[in-house]
Design a protein around this ligand. Structure first.
Ligand code: SF4
Length: 479
């Protein structure tokens, strides 16, 4: 299960934007490893470099030197289930009658096919199956008839789904977040300009100051001289739909999302896990690295409650092995877990163990972990999970398993416990999530743990009053 993308946009007062964009993409590398791209503008023309691979492999000094101009956007992308896909690498860029346009998208539209069909009927030719190109074509068309802000509003009125975008129209950099704010986007200030990024860790990397989250439905326009920005609240939705998994898993622990440090949220979730299903064992250990903050909160709460549980690292990670989900077959994924983690036998042998992970998707990793610990001599193995069971897929920009691959889609917790051969298994409740995030259920996306989505996803239930917009070209440009 992985985030598909990270985006960034920068506008500086004269300094070249290519290197700061490159460093920002490095800071966002956890959000995508398939491709990396940067598009810049020097006031006269657009420059672009998009390549497959990690950020460090996609650019060399010459590539960066050729990306001229103090404004630019960047993107990193994660492989889809079908494997690498060069046509969908971003930013997507296009030149048209009113100038040039570059677009970087994090999220997933649920009505991209309808918008594409409408535009195709009007003569637009598409080169990819991606929804970013759909947004780019729609926006380019609107820019022929309206100013920048009204053109963006018109596109927002037509598209439906999850999107955090950084856009470059000639030398102007924009950031837009969908009306329900499903994916994150933050605004930061640098000494000589402004930055928009998926996560505040990218702002930190540039030695900048986080200003705030871009609001759901808001458009931020960075001034081309790097001196400031304008904000336009283009759509006000009655509810938000923040992806709770950003806090649980996707975002870096050192990022601040919705005014909360992700690390603190994860520790609080770990504390709640102890409150809800704590069990006294000799040792509590995280699955590295994803379970670390949860395990530290869990162990702290256990100690406060007087449990004699020791917090220890019992599994060592080989940092040079690729993430398991890059492996395309189940067999290779299983082998990769063994390559990736090695137990510290002296911590485990003859002891009762609680192992803490952030989530369970297919159950493959959990089964392998329990087997590893058993082989290392654990007397009992209790698994605690820092999120509720995942029962449905994600249609909103997360590369998750399909429904029939999700272990919790058709198995009870007791059945999963037996399947992974743990002595006990417990998940965190949805109420604990809403409490730790300080948000009501109505303001979060919980689609993958409830099967009810905050957007109108074809063939799925929704937990709120949402309808897809009418996609015809008669949509007005608004105020
Ligand atoms: S379905 Fe799950 S992973 Fe996807 S956006 Fe919603 S909460 Fe996040």
């Amino acid at each position: 299960m992985h985030e598909k993308c990270g985006v960034v946009g920068i506008s500086l007062d004269g300094r070249e934007a290519a290197r700061p964009l490159y460093y920002s993409l490095y800071a966002l590398q956890h959000r995508g490893q398939e491709s990396a791209g940067i598009v810049t503008h020097d006031g006269f023309q657009q420059y672009e470099h998009v390549e497959m691979g990690l950020v460090g492999d996609a650019f060399d000094s010459e590539d960066l030197a050729a990306l001229n101009g103090p404004q630019g956007i960047g993107h990193i992308r994660y492989p889809t289930e079908g494997g690498v896909n060069e046509c969908c690498a971003q930013p997507f860029s296009v030149s048209f009658k009113s100038g040039s346009l570059g677009l970087a998208h994090n999220g997933n539209l649920v009505n991209a096919d309808e918008v594409r069909d409408t535009l195709a009927a009007l003569g637009h030719a598409f080169t990819s199956a991606g929804d970013t190109e759909v947004i780019a074509h729609d926006l380019a068309r609107n820019l022929l008839e309206a100013d920048l802000v009204r053109a963006v509003k018109s596109t927002m009125d037509r598209i439906h789904g999850s999107y955090s975008l950084t856009i470059m129209h000639d030398e102007t950099v924009l950031g837009v977040r969908d009306p329900q704010g499903n994916r994150p986007l933050v605004l930061g200030e640098l000494d000589d300009g402004y930055v928009l990024a998926s996560e505040s860790a990218a702002v930190d990397t540039l030695d900048g100051e986080l200003i705030r989250d871009v609001k759901p439905g808001e458009l931020i326009v960075l001034s081309p001289d790097g001196a400031g920005y304008d904000s336009y609240q283009l759509i006000d939705a009655p509810q938000t739909a923040h992806c709770f998994f950003e806090h649980v898993y996707f975002a870096r622990p050192d990022s601040i999302l919705n005014d909360e440090l992700v690390y603190d949220v994860r520790r609080e979730l770990g504390r709640q896990l102890w409150e809800e299903s704590g069990i006294e064992t000799d040792v509590v250990m995280p699955v590295p690295d994803s379970g670390r903050a949860f395990a530290s909160g869990y162990a702290e709460a256990a100690t406060e409650a007087g449990a004699g549980t020791e917090f220890a690292e019992g599994l060592m990670k080989n940092r040079y092995v690729g993430r398991t989900f890059i492996m395309p077959t189940q067999d290779e994924r299983e082998r990769a877990v063994r390559l990736k983690l090695n137990p510290i036998k002296s911590t485990i042998r003859g002891r009762t163990v609680t192992i803490i992970d952030d989530s369970v998707v297919r159950g493959t990793t959990s089964t392998q972990l329990v087997s590893l610990l058993r082989d290392a001599g654990a007397e009992e193995i209790h698994m605690r999970v820092g999120s509720p069971p995942i029962v449905a897929p994600c249609y909103l920009g997360i590369d998750m398993a399909s429904r029939d691959e999700l272990i919790a889609a058709d198995m009870t917790i007791e059945e999963i416990e037996a399947e992974i051969e743990a002595d006990s298994l417990a998940y965190l409740s949805i109420d604990a999530i809403t409490e730790a995030l300080n948000r009501s259920r109505a303001d979060l996306c919980l689609g993958c743990v409830t099967g009810e989505y905050p957007y109108d996803v074809e063939g799925e239930a929704t937990d709120r009053d949402v309808t897809r917009p009418t996609v015809g070209r008669e949509t007005s440009h608004g105020d």
